[in-house]
Design a protein around this ligand. Structure first.
Ligand code: IMP
Length: 430
């Protein structure tokens, strides 16, 4: 059976929610492997709109197993708020449908405090995080002082973990002018949430191995985007997890052979939320128009997204690093009605041409995009379900994108509705 990883191939917000939902109908197991509740996936199913931040998209479909892997950082209070919201929308969530890796690190209120304190202290140099405590939680994980799900089962272990964690955080907080943590209050909060959370805690690596052995189809649901990757993104303006496809296996406890197809989600133009380099950003009417037509406001924070032309250089780069087998191209209809469209095909830095984005921040700051201009189209592509429904200029644009990024289009999404999709290659096909 084919197992599929879905990753965002730009700066997140590529429209993964719809594609993941489309695929999750065909999958048996849907697993999150990185990130936390900084993600925002919107699913439109019939009349209902579901907004998910932490839960795998498969949770809204009966009969699917939703898994939160060890590569995720988990805020238990936010998890239960999301579960309550979905339950009110009629979704049935129980421990036989949702499984959380026992070795998943927790996000605590102190991580959110630190995220915000640091952003405030950084002033203009801020990252523009979602304020969810993601970075500080990952720091504590690799710093070997985090509290993991399984630690909640034993008070003595929890005490020892708290001692180690607070010794670090109280010192940090002092430096930032914040009060020390109220240990008793935090411990009480953790002991209170423990009996709610522990029933979901499982050896996920084992469940995944069994699923694979019994021929179940697994969908690995990436969050954020490749250009926010901790190593390959526009550092330090990135998130704190590995958003590349390679993390799907390690973030759930599987070997690299578990993945058969990597689907990169690519928006027909470019957006980014938060600070950091963005070579094709538009500060003009075209940028404004992309934002308005594309409803480019963050699902999690409501922030206005920065918009720009399609950057083929960056997408070619992320497709290579994630080993993308095919892309799902989304939001093509947002480009309807432009007389001319531009695609970035290279960069110029100090008179030198580059076919990739160099790592050095000083070079990134001086990048000038080299554009190729294409004819736009005036017909509507919204809701197209076959190539025959698309104007010739739109097909030409898609073909040029494929050529430039060196990767074929597997799916083309033409509206938020799940059936408005042109399928070229089924990622789950053996
Ligand atoms: P953090 O993940 O909250 O630490 O934020 C770090 C950077 O990643 C910021 O630029 C955020 O705007 C960005 N970011 C985090 N999650 C998402 C997402 O789901 N979509 C788009 N950008 C995101």
């Amino acid at each position: 059976m084919a197992n599929v990883v879905v990753v965002g191939a730009q700066w997140g917000d590529e429209g993964k929610g719809k594609i993941v939902d489309w695929l999750s109908e065909r999958a048996d197991v849907i697993a999150r492997f990185q990130g936390g509740h900084n993600a925002g996936h919107t699913l439109v199913i019939g009349e209902k709109v579901f907004k998910l931040s932490l839960l795998p998209s498969g949770i809204v479909r009966d009969g699917k197993l939703a898994v939160i892997g060890n590569g995720v950082v988990l805020d238990p209070w936010s998890l239960f708020a999301e579960i309550d919201k979905l339950t009110a929308q009629g979704v049935n969530i129980s421990a036989d449908r949702l499984m959380i890796a026992e070795n998943t690190p927790l996000i605590l209120p102190l991580h959110q405090d630190l995220d915000k304190l640091r952003e405030e202290a950084a002033g203009k140099a801020k990252i523009g995080t979602t304020g969810r405590g993601i970075g500080p939680a990952y720091e504590d994980k690799v710093g070997r002082r985090t509290i993991r799900v399984a630690d909640l089962a034993d008070e003595e272990t929890l005490d020892a973990r708290l001692d180690r964690l607070l010794a670090h955080h109280d010192a940090l907080r002092k430096g930032l002018g914040a009060e020390p943590i109220n240990r008793a209050e935090l411990k009480a909060k953790l002991l209170e949430v423990a009996p709610q959370l522990l029933p979901y805690a499982r050896p996920v690596w084992k469940i995944m191995a069994e699923a694979r052995k019994s021929g179940k189809r697994i969908l690995f649901e990436g969050a954020q985007g490749s250009l926010l990757d901790i190593d390959f993104g526009t550092y330090p303006y990135v998130t704190s997890s590995t958003t590349m496809s390679g993390a799907a296996a390690s973030g759930t406890g599987m070997g690299p052979g578990a993945v058969d197809f990597v689907l990169g989600i690519v928006k027909a133009y470019t957006t980014r939320v938060g600070e950091g380099p963005f070579p094709t950003e538009l500060d003009d009417d075209d940028g404004q128009r992309l934002g308005e037509r594309g409803h480019e406001f963050g699902t999690v924070t409501g922030r206005k997204r920065r918009c720009g032309w399609f950057d083929a250089v960056l997408v070619r780069q992320t497709c290579a690093i994630s080993g993308v087998n095919g892309i799902a191209l989304t939001k093509l209809d947002v480009l309807d009605g432009f007389d001319k469209l531009k695609i970035c095909v290279g960069y110029e830095i100090d008179g030198v041409t580059y076919d990739y984005l160099p790592t050095a921040a000083a070079l990134q700051a001086r990048v000038k995009p080299i554009y190729e201009e294409m004819d736009g189209w005036h017909e509507s592509t919204a809701g197209a379900r076959s190539w025959a429904d698309l104007p010739a200029a739109a097909i030409k644009y898609v073909r040029r994108v494929e050529e430039l990024i060196d990767c074929p289009v597997a799916m083309l999404s033409t509206s938020p509705e799940r059936d408005d999709t042109i399928l070229v290659t089924d990622p789950f096909a053996d």
